[in-house]
Ligand binder design. Structure first.
Ligand SMILES: Cc1ncc(C[n+]2csc(CCOP(=O)(O)OP(=O)(O)O)c2C)c(N)n1
Ligand SMILES: [Mg+2]
Length: 616
């Protein structure tokens, strides 16, 4: 943004103005050109920055009701989003009639209301009304915007929010979107003469994307068939990027595996496949599908050398934290998120493109475009063999190391449940996995197989409740010959003990692997573990329960195993006899953390010895 008139009057390096400046800059990049402003004090930061933005035309109106109708008429005539801005209180309420009309006639109005900060709400402070969802169902979306901050994370957030809101008012059916901005005084912080921008303001997020590009380019292709322009955009990107990567998160369309695998092979883009993407198992080409990234992306030397030029992400956000950190490390790498649901499954605030399209249709569209370009003898994206080899070598070394070191553990190791199940589950089985450590261990320790295994989990809200019932529901939906196995922690098991009744009532087949570390094992991996005084009471929360009696009460068979041979026999027995089987794997929280760390260290050593990743 140009700071022409404001410089000298305002300290633009102040976090408030860095933040609001990023927001307005992003609206401008998204094509918003007109803002209707009504006078007021609380809205000062936005008003000043809008007035200072040379590509933005400011239209002043005293009466908010007329202002909003004026904006409505303009947005209708232009078929373009128009922004409205007012101060807090009844000013905002006066926007209502035009917002109603905009909703009913699909007019893209971006409604910005300034508000008191949270400490001045509902306590008699002047000009303060409840502005949360003020326009009710007449706004397509409402966002209570975060208080201004100039951290990198906050600036990514506010840029993403602006791009998203500008796309959302336009998205079919167009209509009003309401953003409520709390501002804390001082609203015009004083100039500190000679002060330079704080370091964070010089980061990527403050600058925005190069060449005045939007922070996130939102493409709403029709769900069934991606528009030609979307395919063209991707073709242009893949032609340029020789170090490409695909990340596949939770997704339940069985057709995705085949098309992503073909695209990956064709482009030479390795695929980091979350188990719930359904890409790890099956008869499709699995050469490019990687499953041990959660371990090898922790190794700094590897991640450092694996700088990508393009990332395509399908499905929801994967569970793996190292994947998230890898994305953050390469924050300026183009990240294309393909979101088939038309929402915003992009929590990283790093996406440069967000495409609302069916992922299978998109892969097929790109593959067809690649075929056509061969026929036309156009230059082809060439596979970067060295890049592919580096990732596959990391995968091979890591998987081998994990499997070898796991064999040497004397105690029962929680992760081994999944290496064992990978060998035991028959074709057509469903593996339901509980939250907390089980879903993370599934990610690291269940490689892949040619057999079709359906992976399920409750990863929408990640609750530790209802897992027994969910898995029993899945079992009820399966054919008699298809096994269903649930792997769940002891607190999750306790949480849904009542759910066991359904197995008895409906004569269902379910094998439950109950990983019993007597409490919340996940917390031992978190910084809370460094506070031993209250750790067990608040986080560890052991119950000391013997679940045998509960299982027997519900008519199930309970077996506590002492070694992996017994485990294998128990899983096979469950399959052979049907009914409800609970196999308890007793483990210990402290040693579980130790063994995980040993595995990550061993992976690091093995990769470093082979200098995987170091060659380019
Ligand atoms: C309904 C619900 N309550 C609380 C939480 C917070 N929480 C996340 S993991 C966890 C501990 C789970 O323990 P357990 O099921 O034994 O798995 P472990 O951590 O031992 O692998 C808790 C309490 C949650 N996710 N859902
Ligand atoms: Mg537990």
């Amino acid at each position: 943004m140009s700071n022409s008139t404001l410089r000298g009057q305002q300290d633009l390096a102040h976090p408030l103005y860095v933040y609001v400046g990023a927001f307005v800059d992003e609206l401008q990049r998204a094509g918003v050109r007109n803002v209707i402003i009504c006078p007021g004090s609380r809205s000062t930061p936005l008003a000043l920055v809008f007035a200072d933005q040379p590509d933005m035309r400011v239209w002043m109106h005293v009466d908010e009701r007329s202002a909003a109708y004026f904006g409505l008429g303009m947005a209708k005539r232009l078929r373009q989003p128009v922004a409205l801005l007012c101060t807090s209180g009844t000013a905002a309420a006066n926007f209502m009639p035009a917002i109603v009309e905009a909703k009913l006639t699909h007019v893209p109005l971006l409604v910005l209301t300034a508000d008191r900060p949270h400490e001045l709400r509902d306590n008699g402070a002047p000009q303060s009304i409840d502005q949360n969802r003020l326009y009710g169902t007449y706004a397509k979306e409402f966002v209570e915007v975060a208080l201004p901050e100039a951290t990198d994370a906050a600036l990514r957030y506010i840029r993403t929010l602006a791009a998203r809101a500008a796309a959302s008012v336009r998205a079919n059916p167009a209509g009003p979107v309401h953003l409520n901005f709390p501002f804390r005084e001082p609203l015009t912080p004083e100039l500190v003469s000679g002060q330079s921008l704080p370091p964070v303001a010089r980061g990527d997020a403050w600058q925005g994307r190069p060449d005045n590009a939007p922070y996130v380019e939102v493409q709403a292709a029709s769900p069934g068939s991606p528009a030609g322009a979307t395919i063209e955009l991707l073709m242009e990107m893949v032609r340029r990027a020789r170090r490409g990567l695909i990340i596949a998160g939770p997704h339940d369309d069985p057709a995705l595996a085949e098309s992503v695998a073909r695209l990956a092979r064709r482009l030479g883009y390795p695929v980091l496949a979350d188990p719930l993407s359904q890409l790890r198992c099956g008869s499709h080409d699995r050469d490019m599908i990687l499953s041990s990234y959660d371990a090898f992306l922790r190794i700094d030397a590897f991640s450092e050398s694996a700088q990508p030029e393009l990332i395509l992400r399908f499905g929801a956000m994967p569970a793996s934290k190292p994947v998230l950190l890898y994305l953050k490390r390469y924050a300026s790498c183009p990240l294309v998120v393909i979101d088939g649901y038309g929402g915003w499954e992009e929590p990283t605030q790093l996406a440069s493109q967000l495409i609302h399209v069916n992922p299978v249709a998109l892969c097929q569209g790109v593959l067809a475009a690649l075929d056509r370009s061969i026929e036309r003898e156009e230059p082809q994206p060439s596979v970067n063999q060295e890049w592919v080899a580096m990732w596959r070598e990391a995968e091979r070394v890591t998987r081998r190391t994990l499997e070898r070191v796991i064999q040497d553990f004397d105690e029962l190791f929680e992760g081994r449940v999944f290496t064992e199940l990978a060998g035991l589950l028959p074709d057509g089985a469903t593996l339901y996995t509980g939250n907390s450590m089980p879903v993370r261990d599934l990610d690291t320790f269940f490689g892949g197989s040619e057999r079709h295994i359906r992976f399920m989990g409750n990863r929408g809200a990640n609750g530790i409740d209802g897992l027994i019932s969910s898995a029993l529901g899945a079992s009820a939906g399966a054919a008699e010959s298809e096994s269903t196995v649930l792997v769940v922690g002891d607190l999750s098991f306790f949480h849904d003990l009542n759910g066991l009744l359904a197995a008895r009532l409906h004569r269902l087949n379910l094998t439950i692997v109950l990983i019993n570390n007597d409490g919340g094992g996940i917390f031992s991996f978190l910084p809370q573990a460094a506070f031993p005084e209250h750790f067990e009471q608040l986080f560890g929360t052991p119950t000391g329960l013997d679940f045998r009696f509960a299982v027997q009460m519900f008519g199930g068979r309970f077996q506590r195993v002492e070694d992996w041979k017994q485990f294998r026999e128990a899983v096979n027995l469950g399959r052979a006899t049907g009914g409800l089987h609970v196999i308890e794997v007793p483990t210990e929280r402290a040693s579980n953390v130790r063994m995980h760390r040993q595995l990550w260290e061993a992976t690091g050593r093995a990769l470093n010895e082979r200098a995987v990743g170091a060659r380019d």
